[in-house]
Design a protein around this ligand. Structure first.
Ligand code: UDP
Length: 475
């Protein structure tokens, strides 16, 4: 532990949603292991969800303070798209209580989710640097900025015609149908307003932290710095800081399957023989789509571990007649929350059907597992391009429509699921992808190891923050 006056004190303000909070907790841990004092500002409900992680983090010297108004604590509680206006409103309501906490705790730096658009002003008022964390890939931020600047989607005649993202490396093409509403710039929604304000606030911050590593997104990291002229530190994959089983299991929520049951089943299978199917924390499918997934998995003849979200009553309606009996021993369905890191790191997992949420994508990359890509919203269509086109470690199911949280997404057929799963799991193409994925996994491990690119970036970030603190204190 450093002496009190030199010790850097960093406050973290995550958005209360698993996909944002999980990596931010890992980032806090990375700072703590470098001797920084950490305050995570969160709600009692979220502190409870993360209590086991918090307990272990406390042993590392982390300190937790609670400061959110009750009732606005988690996207699970807030609900889905119909409640987004309330979610945006809740984020802005947090400004005063958070400012109050910061004034009391006097941190040297504020790391917030990029969605807190008021954070840059609050940090400026306290004369401390604000770092933004978006939880996305670098390619996604670059692509979004290219679309905003050059508006290539205005040059096509219909929503399903592809257009090229000009100046962006990698020959990336998309359709208007795949763009988020704030990029299409046609109608102003609550979320598009929130996103635009957040991007503006990020631009006036000290810089951004990415959960990525330079070697993975080299061209986009260079584009971000040299063309967009922004400052960033790439310090990921941050999930790799969880090396023991307990850390891998207790992330985000209590798992719905015991680690022993899960491991026993995985251990009974051959290496690379199981396709893991999970769509993050918020996607919900219609019963019709669930049936197509079930039939597609059955047709692929691959063993599978399928995580299904949603309520128990829906399940009775969609499960095809006799499906579970037919799949006995071949497929395991877990309803609820999976210990995803533990699963992906198991040698029996040969492929991952994913919605391309950035955490899931990077966790799969870190485990050397090729992907079946099924993007729906947020940065997922850009992440799919990175996985399939740039890195060559995935096959797409061919989803064509941006659908927030998967609501109103186009139906992906059992045939398309079957085809994409086979491409990733069996045959020569699968072998090529697997070899490449294992090489990239080694790159990821090197990046976070001592002297690697992410490790060095974190060192230089901490140095800059210390210099900032020293300059401020000498005034
Ligand atoms: N996750 C998990 N178990 C689940 C579902 C998700 O552990 O059953 C974790 C997953 O490992 C990842 C995060 O939740 O860290 C999901 O983030 P992602 O960006 O992939 O998707 P989002 O939930 O934000 O759509």
């Amino acid at each position: 532990m450093e002496n009190e006056s030199n010790q850097l004190h960093v406050s973290f303000l995550p958005v209360p949603a698993q996909g944002h909070m999980i990596p931010m907790m890992d980032i806090a841990k990375a700072f703590a292991t470098r001797g920084a004092k950490i305050t995570v500002i969160t709600s009692p409900a979220f502190a409870a969800i993360f209590s086991k992680q918090i307990e272990r983090a406390n042993q590392l010297g982390l300190e937790f303070h609670v400061g959110m108004p009750e009732g606005w604590e988690n996207t699970d509680a807030v609900g889905y798209s119909q409640n987004l206006p309330k979610f945006s409103e809740a984020l802005s309501l947090l400004r005063e209580p958070v400012l109050h906490i910061l004034e009391k705790h006097k941190p040297d730096c504020l790391v917030t989710d990029f969605l807190f658009s008021w954070a840059a002003d609050v940090a400026a008022r306290l004369k401390i640097p604000r770092l933004a964390f978006g939880g996305t890939s670098i390619i996604a931020v670059c692509a979004g900025e290219v679309i905003a600047r050059h508006r290539p989607h205005k040059g096509v005649s219909c929503d399903s015609e592809t257009f090229l993202l000009p100046h962006l490396p990698g020959d990336i093409k998309l359709t208007r149908n795949q763009l988020p509403p704030h990029s299409r710039q046609e109608v102003q929604t609550d979320f598009s307003k929130l996103a635009r304000e957040a991007f503006a606030s990020e631009a006036k911050s000290f810089g951004s932290i990415f959960n990525s590593f330079y070697e993975l997104e080299k061209d986009y990291a260079d584009f971000y710095r040299n063309v967009l002229g922004r400052k960033a530190w790439h310090i990921g994959p941050v999930s790799l800081c969880n090396s023991d089983t307990a850390d891998k299991v207790q992330r985000g929520k209590e798992a719905s399957v015991s680690r022993h049951e899960c491991l026993r089943w995985l251990d009974s299978k051959k290496p690379n023989s199981i396709v893991y199917v999970c769509f993050g924390s918020i996607v919900r499918f219609s019963s019709q789509q669930l049936v197509e997934i079930a039939k597609g998995l059955e047709a692929s003849q691959q063993d599978f571990l399928w995580i299904v979200k949603g309520d128990k009553s829906q399940e009775q309606d969609w499960l095809p007649e006799g499906f579970e009996e037919r799949m006995h021993g071949k497929g395991l369905i877990v309803r609820g929350w999976a210990p995803q890191l533990l699963i992906l790191d198991h040698e029996s997992i040969g492929g991952f059907v994913t919605h391309c949420g950035w955490n899931s994508t990077l966790e799969s990359i870190s485990a050397g597992v090729p992907m079946v890509t099924w993007p729906m919203f947020s940065d997922q269509f850009y992440n799919e391009k990175l996985v399939v086109q740039v890195l060559g470690i995935g096959a797409s199911v061919g989803s064509t429509l941006y659908a927030m949280f998967g609501e109103g997404a186009d139906l992906v057929s059992r045939d398309d699921i079957d085809k994409a799963v086979r491409r990733v799991m069996a045959g020569e193409e699968a072998e090529v992808m697997r070899r490449r994925a294992k090489l990239i996994r080694e790159m990821a491990r090197k990046a976070v190891a001592e002297g690697g690119s992410s490790d060095s970036d974190l060192t230089s970030l901490i140095e800059e923050l210390k210099q900032h603190k020293a300059a401020r204190e000498s005034k």
